[in-house]
Ligand binder design. Structure first.
Ligand SMILES: *Cc1c(COP(=O)(O)O)cnc(C)c1O
Length: 465
């Protein structure tokens, strides 16, 4: 909500507390059923506004990848569009036009062979983009198997055990075996050799992650691609890739333009990204694109005549807010290539500064470094700091308002606990220094404790996205 509204709300709130105590408040506000009498808009607003004060401060939240800041002009524009349903392309053809422009901009940014021919859609987030990418892989594999007179009962999808939960959902919801390659302490991502070793004739595709949710590192997508080329030369198996670039889709094109992870690689059939992560939009918008029209089987496109538009309707949802797509287009316009590049370079520099500052503390060591990766990294506890753990450090930082999650890594690294830092737009170098000081103080405090502290149970705690 724009600042002017927030101050108006505070003013209203102050005037309201008098009236609330003036006996207009019902004795009981039922939590789990509809109250027989409504409270009225003002009182409902004040109650909910106050209730939400206990939420964490979004700007101090280093747990999430999702946007917590946008320019006031973007917020104004999005509020102006709050009543627009993106599916009503007939009624809001200009919102639909902005979505198409966004898609072409992304197709160009991700080096589609012919950006005009790339096909895609906005989504509620990357999760929906991943579901659609996975479904197309499954359908193409099935069609090919059927055409060859082969069975199509047991599809599998190859990925690292470090994939985001949306891939587990995809496999469970759509009956695909998740072939998860375990990570190792030396390789916290999918390796090329291991990926190919997991492939067989029932593999619908390989998922490459740019970058990993757990530590911000990029998976070796080009090496996986090369290994799949070799596999095809050896065995004839032609296995496509989907790139889950939820975060990296808006980072790598600017920070690592030479890195080939996208449609430059012919095996990359589809790519998803979250506009609401490094795309810089408030939640929820995502994108999924296919390299060309031929990549998307006809039967997965739905053309409904009551919507008008030329664009096929692809996607899980029907009605969806249009404001986020407008917010995305706003960012493309206001930042341009140079603006995104500057923003991403700044975030990378701040993340490196924070990582190097933490690495200098004897009690901590880096599990990953943000240089040339996402502006995200994870730290581990040095074995010498044996009488406290990162769950306790995470709790201690909460006293100062910082939200920095501690969690254990996935299979086969469940014995490793890390603390993860996600640096996003709105997190300044100054805040990084404040956080560094708070962590130094907290570490000193733990180190000064005389006797061993009881360890907390090793549970995944406060892990996000
Ligand atoms: C965040 C994330 C997702 C899920 O994205 P949403 O936009 O939150 O649905 C999927 N994959 C990766 C790698 C992510 O980081």
């Amino acid at each position: 909500m724009p600042p002017r509204h927030r101050s108006a709300a505070l003013g209203m709130n102050a005037g309201l507390s008098a009236r609330l105590s003036a006996a207009n408040l019902p004795d009981e506000i039922p939590r789990d059923r509809l109250a027989s009498q409504g409270l009225g808009a003002e009182m409902a607003y004040a109650l909910i506004h106050d209730h939400l004060m206990l939420d964490g401060n979004a700007r101090l939240n280093l747990a999430t990848f999702v946007g917590t800041w946008m320019e006031p002009q973007a917020r104004r524009l999005m509020e102006e569009c709050a009543d627009k349903n993106i599916i009503d392309k007939d009624e809001y053809p200009e919102t639909a036009e902005l979505e198409e422009r966004c898609l072409r901009i992304l197709a160009d940014l991700w080096n589609a062979p012919n950006p005009e021919d790339a096909l895609g859609t906005s989504t509620t987030g990357s999760s929906e983009g991943c579901m659609l990418g996975g479904l197309v892989l499954k359908r193409r594999w099935r069609d090919r198997r059927r055409a060859a007179g082969l069975g199509s009962e047991r599809p599998n999808l190859v990925m690292g055990s470090n994939t985001q939960v949306c891939w587990h959902k995809f496999c469970t919801y759509f009956d695909v075996e998740a072939r998860e390659v375990p990570i190792t302490p030396e390789r916290l991502q999918l390796g090329a050799e291991q990926a190919v070793a997991a492939c067989d004739e029932n593999t619908i595709g390989v998922v490459g992650i740019l970058g990993s949710t757990f530590d911000g590192s990029y998976e070796p997508i080009e090496a996986i691609h090369q290994a799949l080329d070799d596999l095809q030369a050896r065995s004839g198996l032609d296995i496509p890739m989907h790139i889950d670039a939820a975060s990296g889709g808006f980072v790598a094109p600017f920070n690592s333009p030479g890195l080939a992870w996208d449609f430059r690689l012919p095996r990359v059939l589809s790519i998803n990204a979250s506009g609401h992560k490094y795309g810089g939009v408030l939640p929820g918008v995502g994108w999924v694109l296919w390299r060309d029209g031929a990549a998307l089987p006809e039967e997965l496109r739905f053309n409904v005549n009551y919507l008008g538009g030329e664009m096929p309707t692809i996607g899980m949802n029907f009605s969806r807010p249009g404001a986020q797509v407008v917010g995305q287009y706003f960012n493309f316009l206001q930042l341009g290539h140079e603006g995104y590049a500057r923003r991403m370079a700044t975030l990378e520099a701040i993340a490196c500064h924070l990582a190097d500052g933490l690495a200098a503390l004897p009690a901590l060591r880096l599990a990953s470094h943000p240089l040339g990766q996402l502006p995200v990294f994870a730290v581990e506890l040095d074995p010498s700091a044996s009488h406290w753990d990162l769950f306790q450090l995470s709790d201690k930082l909460r006293e100062r308002g910082w939200l920095v999650p501690a969690y254990t890594l996935p299979a086969d690294c469940q014995h490793i606990t890390v603390l993860r830092f996600v640096v996003r737009a709105g997190f300044s170098r100054d805040m990084a220094d404040q956080l560094l000081e708070d962590i130094e103080r907290a570490v000193e405090w733990f180190e000064s404790l005389p006797s061993p502290m009881p360890k907390l149970p090793e549970v995944t705690q406060g892990f996000h996205h």
